[in-house]
Design a protein. Structure first.
Length: 64
């Protein structure tokens, strides 16, 4: 059964955007990170989710 690869990429983009928004809210709503490594880990997590979303968006755009 043929699946549309762009639909899967679209779903990836939507999920990554929602997760990135949740992580950004978590970072911005916190008073202060308990330690510097914890703060760095938060931003690395946000960056990785953002890159994943952009990758999915690029795949979705190139298949059109």
């Amino acid at each position: 059964m043929g699946r549309d690869p762009s639909a899967i990429s679209g779903f990836t983009v939507i999920v990554a955007a929602a997760v990135a928004a949740a992580i950004a809210y978590w970072i911005l709503s916190a008073d202060q990170a308990p330690t510097v490594p914890f703060a760095i880990a938060q931003y690395v997590l946000l960056a990785s989710v953002t890159v994943g979303g952009l990758n999915g968006f690029a795949r979705c755009r190139t298949r059109r």
